[in-house]
Design a protein. Structure first.
Length: 175
């Protein structure tokens, strides 16, 4: 495993953009909520640590990971600066795991293509509960923290060079 015995959730606040001017949405699956709520708490705490105002963080609960897509779509339509989707899918005895993981992955990818709001993927896809716990505040850190850092970076990128600010006359033409 690439992250074996590594905690990737540590960040240097001084090397990250200030989150104060941004509005964030976090969509959280209630399935496996002992995992997803730990991820949510890590994300919220990190956004606040990076300067986000509590009133600029919108939390939305959905029943399961598949519903994250619709919840994120609704938030993207609100013109937030970034949206984080948080879920936990743990492999069972059937192919359901594969269908949910693939569907959620493709759905979030589609939102990133369709909207100008970055949607950050924080959906754990683990073989067992022990692996999920290790990534929700355990030995591998908290992936919610990492998602929040990515959300701030992407919101800042979008602000700096977002599509609405691009002057296409500055780029070479194919003609």
């Amino acid at each position: 495993m690439a992250t074996e015995n590594k905690n990737l959730s540590q960040y240097d606040k001084n090397n990250l953009p200030d989150a104060e001017p941004f509005q964030f949405g976090i969509v959280v699956s209630n399935w496996n909520n002992h995992i997803t709520h730990a991820l949510r708490d890590g994300a919220v705490d990190t956004l606040i640590d990076l300067g986000a105002k509590e009133e600029n963080i919108i939390l939305v609960d959905v029943p399961g990971s598949f519903e994250l897509i619709y919840g994120a779509k609704l938030l993207c339509e609100q013109f937030l600066d970034a949206v984080i989707v948080i879920g936990s899918v743990i492999r069972g005895e059937t192919a359901h795991f594969d269908y949910v993981c693939q569907g959620v992955t493709h759905g979030i990818k589609d939102l990133n293509v369709e909207y100008d709001t970055p949607v950050i993927f924080c959906v754990l896809t683990d073989d067992n509960e022990e692996q999920a716990k290790a990534r929700a505040g355990g030995k591998h850190g908290n992936k919610g923290v990492e998602a929040a850092v990515a959300a701030v970076q992407m919101a800042n990128l979008n602000q700096e060079i977002g599509i609405s600010d691009i002057d296409f006359d500055d780029f070479p033409s194919l003609n």
